[in-house]
Design a protein around this ligand. Structure first.
Ligand code: SAM
Length: 272
């Protein structure tokens, strides 16, 4: 039984890291005049209301993306951050205050970057979340939605056509086995699709629960790979998720430099 609902966590500091990195990857794929495919193995709904009850209940968005949103005038000249804020502003044309109705999840960020010949493939296993994803993207013929296990689907659907592209893997890590499963799947996809960009998100937790080292150790065997992390508090077992990371195979040129420069500017705003 899947109990995780991203609506409670949308727009938190982990989403800021993940969505900035994803946006930078997609922008670089768009730089060439050749079609690409964006695959999302754990898609979630696609859109979230940061003024809704779930978002207000945890307050995670208020400590995450909304801090950037409230400072958007000061951030509008920062590379990448300005593009992220512009993308959110575009889907919130009437929200001029401190919160927003529409926050783009990873499928919506992909959709915003697709050109006429680019494609996206979304996978979601949850039996009610899948209805939202289908509903949100049914009018876009470039996007296909699969109700299936994203670990299995990522392997089955790669290498994709076209060959250029990115796989985002964003498991909820509800169970410890997700770590091994994510590592195994990333390595299997890399074997099948050696040129594909693979971006795996992982949490940074208190010492007794942190398994980020396992991910970095097991995926570190892949030659062309990097990791980018954002931490907003000091590590402690009491605090929970103090940060997160993206492990990226075949990163586009200077991805880490660009994303890290953006993170350096916004990290003080996100600090707890
Ligand atoms: N990627 C989304 C974003 O950035 O907007 C958020 C995804 S959320 C962290 C993880 C999602 O994976 C949840 O919607 C959950 O229902 C779904 N999920 C959990 N296990 C899955 C599996 N094995 N295959 C596909 N989806 C799964």
């Amino acid at each position: 039984m899947l109990s995780y609902r991203h609506a409670y966590h949308a727009g938190n500091h982990a989403d800021v890291l993940k969505h900035l990195t994803l946006l930078a990857v997609l922008q670089q794929l768009r730089n060439k005049d050749k079609p690409f495919v964006a695959i999302d193995s754990h898609s979630g709904n696609g859109f979230y209301n940061l003024s809704s009850e779930p978002a207000r209940k945890t307050g995670e968005a208020a400590q995450g993306f909304l801090r950037l949103w409230q400072q958007r005038d000061k951030l509008k000249n920062i590379d990448l951050v300005s593009d992220y804020l512009a993308l959110v502003a575009e889907i919130n044309p009437t929200d001029t205050g401190n919160s927003i109705g529409n926050y783009p999840g990873s499928p919506a960020i992909m959709q915003a970057q697709l050109r006429a010949d680019d494609l996206a493939i979304l996978m979601e296993l949850h039996s009610t979340e899948i209805d939202h994803v289908r509903d949100n993207f049914k009018r876009d013929s470039r996007i296909s939605v699969h109700h299936r296990d994203g670990f299995e689907g990522a392997v089955a659907l790669t290498p994709p056509t076209p060959r250029r592209g990115v796989l985002l893997m964003d498991p909820a890590y509800e169970i410890k086995a997700d770590y091994q499963q994510a590592i195994k799947t990333v390595l299997a996809v890399h074997r099948r699709w050696p040129t594909g960009i693979i971006a795996l998100w992982y949490p940074l937790l208190g010492q007794s629960r942190d398994l980020s080292g396992l991910i970095k150790q097991k995926l570190g065997v892949v030659a062309d790979s990097i990791n980018i992390e954002l931490s907003v508090a000091t590590q402690s077992d009491e605090f929970g998720m103090h940060g997160s990371g993206m492990y990226i195979i075949n990163p586009p040129w200077q991805l880490a430099e660009r994303v890290n420069a953006a993170l350096k500017k916004i990290q003080p705003l996100l600090q707890v």
